[in-house]
Design a protein around this ligand. Structure first.
Ligand code: SF4
Length: 150
């Protein structure tokens, strides 16, 4: 693994998009940034520019209003990238699933790599899922590098 690739896997930049959650899962994400859970020990940095992000973290269910924004953010992110759906709403639509404007989980709009169910999701589960996502990101980066060599 090259220096740049290794750095991006060891210190991925995160983009968080609230698709329309009740903010319960968003508060748990904030808890992960506190010294108690300290998700930054995995090198993760929360930032706001999709063009520099490696990991897209989504809370809330996809609906007819936010689908276009979600897709747009995803498409702006450079390859390879991973998407984490955090909370039952992001995984399946959750408690909002039967609402007329709800499409369902985030995967109705963009591909999802890691699903973390729960309402609200516990910080420990978010950290487990984030570590899983880092493994998937490393795999994708290694495959992309092989593709360049071939
Ligand atoms: S999964 Fe529960 S806590 Fe999370 S956004 Fe949905 S309703 Fe809120």
């Amino acid at each position: 693994m090259g220096l740049v690739t290794n750095s991006r896997v060891k210190s991925p930049w995160i983009l968080h998009f609230d698709c329309g959650s009740c903010n319960g899962c968003d508060i748990e994400i904030l808890a992960c940034l506190t010294p108690m859970y300290d998700i930054e020990r995995f090198g993760m940095v929360n930032m706001g520019n999709p063009k520099h992000a490696d990991v897209l973290v989504v809370t809330g269910s996809a609906n007819r209003r936010n689908a276009r924004v979600l897709k747009n953010l995803y498409e702006q992110m450079p390859e390879p990238k991973v998407v984490i759906a955090i909370g039952s709403c992001a995984c399946t639509g959750g408690v909002f699933n039967e609402c007329p404007n709800i499409l369902g989980g985030v995967d109705k709009v963009i591909p999802v790599d890691v699903y973390i169910p729960g309402c609200a999701v516990k910080p420990e589960a978010i950290i487990d899922g984030a570590v899983l996502a880092l493994g998937k990101l490393a795999e994708k980066k290694a495959k992309a590098k092989e593709g360049v060599r071939a």
